[in-house]
Design a protein around this ligand. Sequence first.
Ligand code: 3DD
Length: 418
Amino acid sequence: MENYKVKDIELAEKGRLLIDWAESRMPVLMHLRKKYQETKPLKGLTVAGCLHVTKETAVLVETIVAAGAEVAWSGCNPLSTNDKVAAALAANGIPVFAWHGMNKEEFYWAIDKTIEANPDLTLDDGADLIFQMHSKHKEKSTKVIGGTEETTTGVHRLRAMGESGKLLYPIIAVNDTPTKWQFDNVYGTGQSTLDGILRATSILIAGKIVVVAGYGHCGRGVAMRSQGLGAKVIVTEVDPVQALKATLEGHNVMTMDQAAPQGDIFVTATGIKDIITGKHFEQMKDGAVVCNTGHYDVEINIGDLESLAKSVREVRPNNEEYLLEGDRRIFLLAKGRLVNLAAAEGHPSEVMDMSFANQLQALIYLNENSSKLDNRVHDVPEEIDTEIATLKLNTMGMEIDELTPEQITYLSDYSAGT
Ligand code: 3DD
């Protein structure tokens, strides 16, 4: 009986080529794989993972296996699984339950299949696995020594659970460590979101007005890369400090009500629901493109768009034309789900290299320290973050200066004035 469910196992060969490509651009993770395949720090443990099945994730999965663990894997979004990669993992004996276009029932069935593996560690992106464990399989959580969380939205949910005393095991917030968010969230999301928009539309970005909702790390990256491709960027925000930052970084700032009639392309990156609603669609120009790059599909109110539409048709892959009164057309990308993973391949391998090195080190840290950690959200230890940054620099052939003993003394000598 095969212990996997993928779209088509015959796609494995093509998937292996994609994984080889990612391996060649993830030198930190491959360095750690070489180290840990000898020492096997995760030997005897089972890791259940719920994270987008991409070529980069496959490198992480096969590194976790090389470090000695058994794994069972599901995707963390119904539209983000790369079926070729899933087939390659299955063909390599990895229990993977993921295919592109899962419905809600299949999505949670897949997560339950990974919980059936009786994990010692959980690895999450958006906290759906941890939440399923805590709500439907509490009895299985007694064996779990700890978990990790990849994304901003997931960490928010889990910090709230921790503060309310509901967490059944300690969680490491991988998202919050600098070598993850400084690069993955900013440069990864910036590039991969534009990648998704371009693959789904093939439109010119230069000269267009791109409205970015949310100027957190992700929105800032999207605004930066849109500007780099020649767009005029409008930023909408609720946080005055972030809005001020957007202004000083060269973007126009206004409300979504003011931006709706102006924008050519709209990107939501807030983690909050109902950012773009019916009243905004009613104001939009003919041909406006609307998409989301946040983890969940709650930021664009699709129900409002459907109720305003006379008809809907798919005009390109991941691109649906909604025809409104007055024959105005609005193009929704990837059904409002994260456009970078649903319409493209997610962040480039080079940034996922650091995100996933943090994931791997966090799993090993949990295995060695979980008995000392209480059931709340913990940060990645600083020394892990520093080691990953140093390894990354080394793989890029770069060296940096070191403080001399005198400089270290100077830094702590408060009496040394001008
Ligand atoms: N994410 C973005 N690109 C990804 C990729 N190529 N593989 C796996 C996951 C990928 C999303 C998450 O890593 C994380 O950045 C987030 O915060 O959601």
